[in-house]
Design a protein around this ligand. Structure first.
Ligand code: FAD
Length: 386
């Protein structure tokens, strides 16, 4: 089968590696001069500053991405976080367990889950109002950190499948070498299986009639086309305008520290602030930075970049007394968002064209971020081979 792939992001490369290792003829076209899209990093001022992701895999070595990487033959070491998460509440670090919150919060969660089974579904901000302040703020920080959304942008029914995945596969992990180590492995697998990756190669149009013709630097023909650029942009290449679910936007801060601030490999949620959480992945792999590298994430409503000033104020308050330097402030929206489709709202890998599919964070399965991308790739493999 001749397979053309538009985009060498994680979705495109993961698909390409699996198909190439099955013996398919794979060619990938990437408009940028490097592979990896929003899941890689570049050395900048002594730190591996990522193009997007916070060097974290939501379910670590146990989740869907790790499983698919093993299936593709990728040799990536993923260190599971320990502890998985803490919260910074009233100036103290606290482990997150059920006991961290009033007993009544647990009862309300059970009741809401039951009511969902009986057909009542509501937005998370409505549910959140019924909780204690600590639980409500922690939920908001979790949504901001994990999905870059606010509680009024997600429904209970959209969150629950992801919570179930988290119960099953547990919390995050960090790949040794960061996101780029994952990308380098996938590129190696594709190239050693005879696949080709063309960089600086933007695709400007597609024509899906029988076989699929694509138009970039040259005109090419494939049996199947897999797009890593989301449904809206894919259809635009075919000359069709469609509307898709909303994207999620945010800002990432990369901070160099003389002394560690978090001191472990997990997440520190920061309830009650514009910044929703932080990690310090140099605690897993010291080669990711000259000193300690703290990364903080803040969701941005409607891409309001003026909120960055408030995020910077949070950082000054949180890091008071520490010697630190902000290495990069990166804002994500438009064609380079946090999520092309907000978590829980993805619409699957099929398109109106029989031989054109979408992978990546415009077509996630029911899970978080790159683990959702891996489930989306599995869905595509079922479509192609079952
Ligand atoms: P992309 O990475 O966007 O890849 C698409 C590729 O297609 C790009 O390289 C692009 O250049 C190329 N392209 C576009 N148009 C064309 C064209 N016409 N022709 C050729 N090439 C084209 N996820 C996690 O799991 N963990 C995290 O810690 C995490 N943190 C995040 C923090 C931030 C600030 C951001 C922005 C994202 C984060 N994510 C995280 C999400 C994760 O980075 C993305 O879900 C993932 O990288 C998306 O991969 P993708 O393959 O779908 O898309």
């Amino acid at each position: 089968m001749r397979v053309g792939i538009i985009g060498a992001g994680l979705g495109g490369l993961l698909t390409g590696a699996i198909l190439a290792s099955k013996g398919e003829e794979v060619e990938i076209f990437e408009k940028l001069p490097f592979p990896g899209g929003r899941f890689t990093s570049m050395p900048y001022r002594g730190y591996e500053v990522s193009t997007g992701a916070l060097h974290m895999i939501p379910h670590g070595s146990r989740g869907p991405l790790a499983k698919l990487l093993r299936k593709a033959g990728a040799d990536v070491e993923i260190v599971n976080s320990n502890p998985e998460a803490e919260i910074l509440w009233d100036g103290e670090f606290e482990n997150v367990t059920r006991k961290s919150f009033p007993f009544s919060d647990g009862l309300k969660l059970n009741l809401e889950t039951l009511l969902l089974k009986l057909g009542r579904d509501r937005k998370l901000d409505e549910f959140s109002k019924s909780l204690s302040e600590k639980a409500s703020r922690t939920l908001e920080a979790f949504l901001g950190w994990s999905f870059s959304v606010f509680p009024d942008q997600m429904r209970f029914s959209e969150l629950m499948p992801i919570v179930e995945q988290t119960m099953k596969y547990r919390g995050p992990g960090v790949p040794v070498g960061g996101c780029r180590a994952v990308i380098d492995e996938l590129v190696d697998i594709i190239e050693s299986s005879g696949g080709k990756i063309h960089l600086r190669s933007e695709i400007r149009a597609i024509r899906p009639e029988g076989s699929v013709r694509i138009y970039g630097k040259d005109e090419r023909e494939f049996d199947v086309l897999i797009s890593n650029i989301g449904h809206r942009l894919t259809m635009k290449l075919a000359g069709r305008e469609i509307s898709t679910p909303p994207e999620s936007r945010g800002v990432k801060y990369t901070i160099a520290l003389k002394e560690p601030f978090i001191g472990h490999s997990g997440v520190l949620l920061t309830p009650g602030r514009k910044i929703s959480g932080m990690n310090e992945v140099t605690n897993v792999d010291e080669n990711l930075g000259e000193r300690h590298m703290l990364q903080a994430h803040q969701p941005l409503r409607d891409g309001r970049t003026e909120e960055i000033a408030e995020g910077l104020r949070d950082l000054r308050e949180i890091l008071k007394g520490y010697e630190y330097e902000i290495i990069a402030v990166q804002s994500y929206r438009g064609d380079w968002p946090v999520n092309r489709v907000m978590a829980g709202k993805d619409t699957g890998c099929r398109t109106p064209f029989e031989n054109v599919y979408v992978v990546g964070d415009g077509a996630k399965g029911k899970d978080i971020e790159v683990d959702g991308i891996a489930l989306g790739v599995e869905n595509l493999l079922e479509e192609l081979y079952d």
